[in-house]
Design a binder for this molecule. Structure first.
Ligand SMILES: [Zn+2]
Length: 723
């Protein structure tokens, strides 16, 4: 990740839906009983490491197109009969309201005949089925009448949730069970999930005196408003008098009359002066953004203390793998100390590159690192920008076949591309995959919305449409997810991917498989609905597989000749991925530490957010702060992540540990895959992630252990790096 990707939040590695959604207690989760029966007789088995052109290869190398269904009536979006027309959202919403009323009555009744956690999960599921589906359709449907109807449904559900969140009888009923136990016998998982529901409930202050509760509601509204304003301000271009720039670099910027427009960091510009100018101008402190950020941080602190937490970070880290801000601090400090000399090695190399690059005798600065990192990567890839040499070896069909074979090797699971019914999809070029276990059990569906489309969000993400859950009748409600990517078809046919697109594909499919393989009793904790600092583990782990030559060899073949990628290219590709990993990790440590300080005790803050940044930068980053700049005012992740930005580093450390412990020796080992599936993925968020991970790894998840794994990996990269 570089400054540019941070600032434009174009990093495709985050599953945005979960992180930016503002649905609370009931609506973070999903569902719908639309399990389609499969004709298992038609299922074909794929060879574990097949190298010929398979059906899967061909299917994904052919863009799905509009099918003509002569006789069939449309089935409705996702096979939901109500959604044969956009008016169906109204029906779904009405039905949801009526079912919600029944479930509330059941939950508060003295005569209820099932566990309270089961009723709550069904309540949450009922709301999520409509809310998550509507949210997805609102964002993705190309037709305005659908997205408007979906938006109306989202607003209605929001209204129901607001009412539920002030329903004291409902709250008391749950609280009674959490404090004194249920009248039915419960398991550890039941108790854990009930506690999660209670914690979510308390986010709206329902447990407080009326005066304080109103304050919490007001603060939540303020935080939402400030966050939205801050995020929109964070990407504003800066307009300045063009004379501010030296004449020889003006032509590199957009000019409008007497004004120049600086809309980003120009991190890729080979012109050092242009990079410097863009950095200083784009990041020049904006007093309005400063005010918004300060107000946001203060409001969050007030919210946390009103709810009884010492700081906002303590509140945000509830049920996380790290558990407390103190643990996060320790993790970051150990990493920081170990990274300093290692990152310095990277900076020394970059400094040499800078000196030999145009002979400028100036020190390496913050605006140089993304540029020289990408230059070094390109040196390995031997290309100037797009990895065109590699792309013919990564046709979409080839990559999907590779992923399918990996799933088969590790878990005995196969993905099957399935024809969709009329009206089932929101766009013509979507694929639908059935995920099928070895014994032919259907585990769920993944809809693949992979191609660019006008109006489609330009984010790579994973959406849960329906979470896995045990139903009251004993059947299992299978998960349904959408993986959204933005491949451009361009002049290529079939679609050919760059190495970084391959990483993104594996990453997002990693989230999808987490959703499929977690077979939780409750949808509140299905798959990716686990703590934020664990949620990226399965997806980041998939990137390790996608970066291993032994795995790449199983699918990186020329789409026309079927020739495998030559070893020398494989070697360069893998080496390019680990360039300057120490300095990149150090940057992430610095960002994470800053996020922690902002959301920690106010006594640790300086007079404004820039002074605090300066202090944290000196402590954690190897390059000095550039006076009169304030990149934090462009750092919109502070809104979505608030005190959880460290999650990516934490997930990476755990994924790295799992990789080293289980897969590095043999990445296609079934036995190890089974252990990972049944001892880790299976639980989703049903077991506290700290406990889950330490049981799986057989070691304590201490700050020291986590940091050590990342450092081991970085040392390996540095040793392998040949300049
Ligand atoms: Zn992700």
């Amino acid at each position: 990740m570089d400054f540019n990707s941070i600032l434009n939040h174009s990093n495709g590695s985050i599953y945005w839906k979960e992180l930016t959604g503002n649905w609370n207690v009931f609506v973070l989760k999903t569902n719908i009983a639309m399990q389609k029966l499969l004709n298992f007789k038609s299922i074909k088995h794929f060879g574990t490491r097949c190298v010929s052109t398979s059906k899967f290869f061909l299917e994904f190398n052919t863009r799905p197109s509009k099918k003509i269904h002569f006789s069939k009536n449309p089935v409705g979006l996702f096979g939901i009969s109500e959604l044969r027309g956009f008016e169906g959202f109204y029906l779904l919403k009405e039905r949801c309201i009526s079912r919600t009323d029944d479930l509330i009555a059941e939950a508060i009744s003295q005569k209820r005949d099932r566990k309270i956690v089961e009723i709550f999960d069904e309540l949450s599921d009922t709301l999520c089925k409509v809310a998550d589906l509507s949210e997805f359709i609102r964002l993705s449907h190309p037709q305005a009448n659908y997205s408007h109807a979906a938006e109306d449904a989202c607003i209605s559900i929001s209204g129901i949730v607001e009412k539920l969140n002030t329903h004291r009888e409902l709250f008391q009923s749950l609280k009674g069970v959490v404090d004194h136990g249920d009248k039915f016998s419960t398991t550890d998982i039941d108790n854990h999930v009930a506690k999660l529901f209670l914690f979510d409930f308390e986010q709206c202050g329902i447990h407080l005196e009326e005066e304080e509760r109103k304050k919490v509601v007001h603060l939540n509204e303020c935080i939402l408003y400030l966050g939205q304003r801050f995020m929109s301000g964070a990407v504003n271009a800066r307009s300045l008098n063009k004379n501010i720039l030296p004449e020889n670099i003006r032509h590199l910027f957009s000019i409008d009359g007497d004004k120049i427009l600086v809309s980003g960091l120009y991190a890729d510009s080979p012109n050092s002066l242009a990079r410097e100018a863009a950095y200083r101008l784009y990041l020049y402190p904006d007093p309005h953004q400063e005010e918004l950020l300060t107000d946001l941080i203060n409001s969050r602190h007030e919210l946390a203390t009103t709810c009884g937490f010492p700081t906002y970070a303590h509140r945000a880290l509830n049920s996380s793998t790290m558990e407390t801000p103190e643990n996060v601090k320790e993790f970051l400090e150990i990493l920081s100390e170990k990274l300093r000399p290692r990152a310095q090695k990277d900076f020394d190399i970059m400094q040499k590159m800078k000196l030999s690059d145009g002979g400028l005798n100036s020190p390496l600065c913050a605006w140089d690192t993304p540029y020289f990192t990408s230059r070094m990567k390109n040196k390995y890839l031997q290309i100037s920008s797009q990895a065109t040499e590699f792309m013919p070896f990564f046709s979409l069909g080839g990559c999907m076949e590779g992923f399918n074979n990996l799933m088969k090797s590790l878990f005995g699971i196969r993905l099957e591309n399935t024809e969709m019914d009329k009206g089932e999809s929101w766009a013509d070029d979507v694929y639908k995959l059935c995920v099928i276990d070895e014994n032919n059990t259907l585990l769920g569906h993944i809809y693949c919305d992979f191609f660019e489309r006008t109006g489609k969000p330009n984010q790579d993400c994973h959406f849960t449409i329906q979470g896995g859950k045990r139903l009251a009748n004993g059947e299992y409600q299978n998960p349904i997810v959408v993986v959204m990517l933005n491949f451009s078809l361009g002049r290529w046919n079939p679609p050919l991917l760059t190495p970084s697109m391959v990483d993104n594909l594996f990453h997002e499919l990693g989230h999808a498989m987490h959703s499929m393989l977690a077979r939780t009793e409750y949808q509140h904790v299905t798959g990716t609905r686990c703590s934020t600092d664990f949620a990226e583990v399965p997806s980041v782990l998939m990137e390790y597989f996608a970066s291993d030559p032994r795995v790449l060899k199983t699918f990186a073949r020329h789409y026309q000749t079927q020739e495998p990628m030559p070893d020398e290219m494989l070697r360069r590709l893998c080496a390019s991925k680990n360039v300057f990993s120490a300095s990149e990790t150090q940057l992430q440590v610095f960002y994470s530490a800053l996020d922690q300080v902002y959301h920690g005790l106010p006594e640790t803050h300086r007079q404004n957010t820039t002074e605090t940044l300066k202090m944290v930068q000196e402590q954690h980053y190897g390059l000095p702060y550039v006076p009169q700049t304030a990149w934090q005012l462009r750092f919109s992740h502070l809104v979505g992540y608030g005190a959880k930005y460290y999650s990516y580093l934490c997930s990476r450390a755990i994924a790295s540990w799992i990789w080293q412990e289980y897969f590095q020796k043999d990445p296609l080992n079934r036995e190890q895959g089974e252990k990972y599936r049944y001892n880790c993925l299976l639980y989703g968020g049903a077991v506290p992630s700290r406990q889950l991970v330490s049981n799986f790894l057989g070691k304590e998840i201490s700050a020291q252990n986590l940091a050590n794994n990342l450092i081991n990996e970085i040392d390996e990269h540095q040793a392998n790096m040949k300049i």
